[in-house]
Structure formats: structure tokens, C-alpha cells
Design a protein around this ligand. Structure first.
Ligand code: TXA
Ligand code: MG
Length: 319
């Protein structure tokens, strides 16, 4: 018997419990062949916000979405010929592909941090596969550690780091690879490695005549529309606004702005709700051709830190 009440040895009943937790918007930790993931229903904005909250991440890095098969991945993102070849060769396995979201992709925009691309992978671990198949949900999952700490390779690491923030921890013993998946973008017949991992440049040889590019730092990626650039609306954004200027669209937070706001990230000042609404709201205003956006102050605590980080980037002068 484990000293941690949320660690569960696998059984059909436990998988069912984990599926129910995911469906209820709760967090479930599961083993993959790389490291333990901290999973939530990737189609549920609030559940995805809960991942960032539990990890205490100071910024909204986009997350990896886990699915049981290439067939299901094809319903969410666009595969070109090379991407399909790569997926067929390495899935299930420790490779994440960054591909364009489909137009009607139901995955939370928070999971891809507002980007037009989505990181997706088919894990090989049997427990992970059981969870994905039984729940019939795409599962967004970063490594299941508090921000800044080591990635967990044992159920106990997860329990120690995240405690009761995780409803169910599926105990699959030690992870085989122990290192996060390789993240690669595939576009225009080229493969770019965004994060090194168990699958290396040499493993890709023969799949394309083009050289494999390496981008280990975000700053290495410069080409326009490329993968790690941050999402920002196309119009100017003004922060900490308490009144609205002519021509601005006002986005509130909390009560008290009803007379001027066109949108409110969370009328009840709930930071998780605000995180869940952030990218959706900015995208919608962009589509409505807002000329200028003014946003109410967001408290710099908990998830507010990551929200403000994104808003500051959105408000920064564009080069
Ligand atoms: O092995 C793994 O990949 C583990 C297990 C749980 O699957 N997950 C994991 O997730 O390491 P995370 O969130 O810690 O790392 C996700 C990586 C980050 O480097 C992130 O920047 C990148 O994937 N990423 C996610 N979406 C992206 C996107 N749309 N464009 C570029 N990079 C993206
Ligand atoms: Mg991580």
C-alpha cells in the first residue's frame, strides 16, 4: 500500500476512475514511455487551465496532446505526406509532431497557447494507451512536475511534487526512456527538431532529401509564421486599463466594468476561468477586426502571472 492515497495500481476499475476524473475536468497523471504526464481533457479549456495552475507555470507554454492513434491525430491536425511518413515510422513512441491545427480542431486554444499549430503524439506505454482509448478523449499533458522541478519518472515523484492537485495517479512503475519526447515540426517537406529527445536526427535520415534542422532555443526559430513565435492579436493591446478610449474594445476582468466592457475574461474574478477564456477572446476580437484592445488589470498571483506574461507579450511593440 502506497503512502500516497492518489497513487493507484492499474486495474480496469482504476482506469474507469481516471476516465471519469478526466471527463469531470480533473487532472490525472499517467505514465508514458518518456516521463509521467499531468493530463486533462484537451477539449476542456478550464481543465487545461487547471494544468498550468497545478504546475505553477509562470507562462503558458503550449502543451502536448496525447491521442491513441494516427487516425485520431488526423482528425485534429493537418498531415502532409512527410508528416504522415514520420508518424507511421515512430508512432506509437517518444516523438511529438508540431503540425497545423485543423480549421475545426476541437482542442482548447489554451493547450496550443493560441498558436495555429498543435503538438501531438501517440504514446507507446500501455497504461497511457488504455487511458486514451477508454476515455475517448485527447489528453493534454506536460510532464507532471511543479514548474522548475525535474520531470517525474515514478508515480511517487508525481505524488511528492503535486500532491492532491492530481485526482488519480496511474502507477505504471518507472518510465523506460526517462527523458521527454523529441519535439519536431514538419512543414514544407522539412523536419525541424524543436526539442531533442530519444529520437534523433539520425533516426529521420532517409525520410526526406532535405536536411533536418535543429532549433534548440526558441530564438533560433525566426521564419515567419513559425512554430514557437507567440500568439498576439494583430491590433495594439493596452494593459491595466480601467477606462476605455475612443476606438478601443474593452476586455474586463471581475465585476465593475459592465458599463464599458465588450467581453469579460471572468466576471467573478476567477483566474482559471480567465486563463480558459484568454486566447479564445483575443482570437474572437481579432476576427471581429477590433482596432485596438484595452484589458482590465489582472492580479499578479497564481495563474494571473502566466496570463499577464502572455498579455505583456501581446502588448509589446511589434518588430
Ligand atoms: O515526453 C513528453 O513529451 C512528455 C510526456 C508527458 O508526453 N510531455 C512533455 O510536455 O514534455 P511539456 O509540456 O513539458 O513539453 C512540451 C514541449 C515544450 O517544449 C513546448 O514548447 C513544445 O512541446 N510545444 C508544444 N506545442 C508546441 C507548438 N505548437 N509549437 C512548438 N512547440 C510546441
Ligand atoms: Mg516539462
Amino acid at each position: 500500500m502506497s503512502q500516497y492515497p492518489n497513487i493507484n495500481s492499474p486495474s480496469e476499475e482504476v482506469i474507469k476512475k481516471a476516465c471519469d476524473a478526466l471527463l469531470a475536468g480533473k487532472l490525472v497523471s499517467f505514465p508514458t514511455e518518456t516521463v509521467y504526464g499531468l493530463g486533462a481533457d484537451a477539449t476542456n479549456d478550464k481543465a487545461v487551465a487547471g494544468i498550468f495552475e497545478a504546475k505553477g507555470r509562470p507562462s503558458f507554454n503550449p502543451l502536448i496532446v496525447h491521442v491513441p492513434s494516427l487516425e485520431i491525430a488526423e482528425t485534429l491536425v493537418e498531415f502532409d505526406e512527410l508528416a504522415r511518413k514520420v508518424a507511421e515510422k515512430f508512432w506509437p513512441g517518444p516523438l511529438t509532431l508540431v503540425l497545423p491545427r485543423k480549421k475545426e480542431c476541437p482542442i482548447s486554444e489554451l493547450a496550443s497557447a493560441g498558436l495555429p499549430t498543435l503538438a501531438i503524439r501517440v504514446p507507446a506505454n500501455q497504461l497511457a494507451r488504455d487511458l486514451l482509448t477508454s476515455s475517448n478523449l485527447p489528453v493534454a499533458a506536460p510532464s507532471a512536475n511543479p514548474s522548475g522541478q525535474l520531470s517525474p519518472t515514478m508515480a511517487e515523484h508525481v505524488a511528492k511534487g503535486l500532491g492532491d492537485k492530481v485526482t488519480v495517479i496511474l502507477d505504471g512503475g518507472a518510465c523506460g526512456v526517462g527523458l521527454e519526447s523529441t519535439v519536431a515540426a514538419v512543414h514544407d517537406g522539412r523536419i525541424t527538431i524543436l526539442r531533442p529527445g530519444a529520437i534523433t536526427e539520425a533516426d529521420f535520415s532517409g525520410l526526406t532529401a532535405n536536411p533536418v534542422a535543429q532549433a534548440t532555443e526558441e530564438s533560433d526559430i525566426v521564419s515567419p509564421g513559425m512554430l514557437l513565435s507567440h500568439y498576439a492579436p494583430s491590433c495594439p493591446v493596452r494593459l491595466n486599463a480601467t477606462s476605455v478610449n475612443k476606438g478601443e474594445t474593452f476586455v474586463g476582468f471581475g465585476p465593475g466594468f459592465n458599463d464599458i466592457e465588450e467581453s469579460n475574461l471572468s466576471p467573478s474574478s476567477d483566474l482559471r476561468e480567465a486563463a480558459a477564456n484568454l486566447f479564445k477572446t483575443l482570437h474572437r476580437l481579432d476576427e471581429e477586426n477590433a482596432q485596438s484592445i484595452a484589458i482590465a488589470p489582472i492580479p499578479e498571483t497564481g495563474l494571473g502571472i502566466a496570463i499577464n506574461d502572455r498579455l505583456k507579450r501581446a502588448a509589446a511593440p511589434r518588430g
